[in-house]
Ligand binder design. Structure first.
Ligand SMILES: Nc1ncnc2c1ncn2[C@@H]1O[C@H](COP(=O)(O)OP(=O)(O)OP(=O)(O)O)[C@@H](O)[C@H]1O
Ligand SMILES: [Mg+2]
Length: 254
């Protein structure tokens, strides 16, 4: 199976005359699990939103590569980009209160298979096929009552991540996955993500301010500040870089 990666070329985005993303060239997801770090307001979430089509760029392009074959995804809808395999989890907690957790997961499975997911919803054979898949996720993440709605911040965050995983992404972009989750569940989520990454050949890019997590799980780290990617390297190279320390890290993380 050929590997997926993302290439960004000449990407620029401004708000009210202020440039918040200015990235001449960047390759993301070359390694299995990568980190994207940087201070508040660096432009990390904006970059994920540009890649996944949630917002449009002022200029530049985003390409999804599978081996040598490139597909331009800039300009496509968020939905289309997700179907091509680039999916993101959300920094802000999403509200799923109108659906039970199980239904919400089933909707993701239907979305993965069909352009009109609601058509599959009442179909018995489809829900029978979904049940074991959903049970697996519920078990792995120890979700207490999946027949209820996601009410706590932690449940909403987990559900957001599970819904993304059910879309079977080729490249999963995770925006601050640990915020709102208790530590033990963070560990469970990260080991589940790592397992799926290995088994299903999924690439993962994680934005996090929890640098210990970044150093622990990532093979490669990109450092961003003031809308620009300033440095890439191994966790050790980035962790010990003076620029990263000056612009971002407290000595506690060094
Ligand atoms: N819709 C918007 N309108 C105006 N300014 C925006 C908008 N979205 C983001 N910004 C600005 O763009 C800059 C980059 O924001 P972004 O959310 O990408 O940063 P970030 O690196 O994700 O920060 P954090 O670590 O705090 O999540 C910030 O200064 C932010 O205020
Ligand atoms: Mg952000």
């Amino acid at each position: 199976m050929k590997d997926y990666r993302i290439e960004v070329n000449g990407l620029r985005k401004s708000y009210g005359g202020r440039v918040v993303n200015d990235i001449p060239k960047l390759t993301l997801a070359e390694r299995r699990i990568e980190g994207l770090i940087g201070p508040n307001g660096a432009g990390k979430t904006t970059l994920m939103s540009l890649i996944t089509g949630r917002i449009g760029a002022d200029s530049g392009s985003v390409l999804l590569f599978q081996g040598d074959e490139a597909t331009e995804i800039s300009g496509l809808s968020q939905d289309r980009i997700a179907r091509l395999g680039v999916v993101r989890t959300n920094q802000k907690i999403q509200d799923f209160e109108s659906l039970t957790m199980e239904d919400s997961m089933m909707l993701s499975l239907a979305t993965h298979r069909d352009e009109s997911p609601w058509k599959l919803f009442g179909v018995r054979s489809f829900s029978d096929r979904c049940s074991p898949i959903i049970r697996n996720f519920v078990g792995a993440l120890k979700l207490s009552d999946p027949s209820g709605r996601a009410l706590s911040a932690g449940e909403k965050k987990l559900l957001d991540i599970v819904r993304c995983l059910l879309l079977k992404p080729k490249v999963l972009l995770m925006d601050e996955p640990t915020v709102g989750l208790p530590t033990d569940q963070t560990d469970e989520v990260m080991s589940l993500v790592r397992r799926i990454a290995d088994q299903e050949d999924m690439k993962v890019v994680i934005i996090e301010h929890d640098l210990d997590l970044i150093w622990k799980v990532c093979e490669h780290v990109h450092f961003m500040a003031d809308g620009k990617i300033l440095l890439h390297g191994t966790p050790e190279e980035v962790r010990t870089n003076q620029l990263v320390r000056d612009k971002y890290m407290g000595e506690s993380h060094a």
